[in-house]
Design a protein around this ligand. Structure first.
Ligand code: HPA
Length: 252
């Protein structure tokens, strides 16, 4: 375990449900940075993919023990920045709402609606901190989205360009009525961890984009309206949909 880093990381990747390590990461060192915001979700694994120095952190912990509303989003992002990362690729496991976003699809959304509540959502709470009102019209950094989309094309990984991510509180899944409302609101995808992470990344001045891994049809959204969503299906679909990730990250 080390807290010292010689070479800054080029890209930080945060893994979601079912993504507890980054396949293809080589020469891995483990770092446990200390932050003023408390403990992060777990160790940061720093290694190389296709020669790029990449840091990986499992958002829910490597044993999936941290629920979405208790993730220390501030500590996680501050830690990744302290390792030199200026770009964060957020992998988010999601449910699909609209027709292009069925199970096993990878998507790079360009918009977001926040339905979460009660989470620490700013770095501006510390006494004496200047209050920031960061621009959030583009919740995902356009240039980083472009890099992801181009890398997917280079790596031959199918990816939907665009879509609106709705961030819910969890940890329970949604009712069919909640998903109907989200569809009317314009959401294509639903997940529990997209916020406050994206907003906090903006406050830190990090480039940030989401690569959403569709694990299931959201409640009532699929062809079988009363289908029950099981963790087994979620994990199997995430594993299948993520097989191209090492090549995609390597091409970034
Ligand atoms: N809803 C919210 N979060 C999710 C889902 C879902 O259906 N699937 C995976 N993460």
């Amino acid at each position: 375990m080390s807290t010292h880093i010689d070479e800054p990381v080029a890209l930080a990747v945060i893994g979601g449900t079912g993504l507890y390590q980054l396949a293809g990461l080589e020469d891995v060192e483990t770092h446990q940075p200390v932050t003023r915001y408390g403990a992060l979700s777990g160790p940061v694994r720093v290694g190389r993919i296709a020669g790029h120095r990449v840091a990986f952190l499992a958002r829910h912990g490597e044993g999936h023990s941290v629920p979405p509303h208790l993730v220390n989003y501030r500590a996680n992002l501050a830690a990744l920045q302290s390792l030199g990362a200026s770009s964060v690729l957020a992998l988010n496991t999601v449910g699909g709402i609209t027709e292009d976003f069925g199970p096993r699809v990878l998507a790079c959304p360009d918009q977001l609606i926040d339905y979460t509540w009660g989470r620490i959502s700013t770095f501006c709470e510390e006494p004496g901190t200047e209050v920031l009102h960061v621009d959030f019209g583009d919740p995902y950094t356009p240039s980083l989205r472009r890099r992801i989309i181009d890398a997917a094309a280079t790596a031959g990984v199918a990816l939907v360009d665009g879509g609106c991510y709705g961030a819910t509180q969890g940890p329970r899944l949604e009712t069919r009525a909640e998903i109907s409302r989200m569809r009317r609101d314009g959401c294509d995808l639903v997940g529990m961890t997209g916020m406050p992470e994206a907003g906090l990344a903006h406050e830190l001045g990090l480039d940030y984009a989401c690569l959403a891994v569709v694990a299931n049809w959201a409640a009532g959204a699929g062809p079988q309206v009363d289908e029950v969503i099981t963790l087994e299906d979620v994990l199997a679909n995430v594993a299948a949909a993520s097989s191209g990730l090492p090549d995609l990250v390597g091409a970034m």
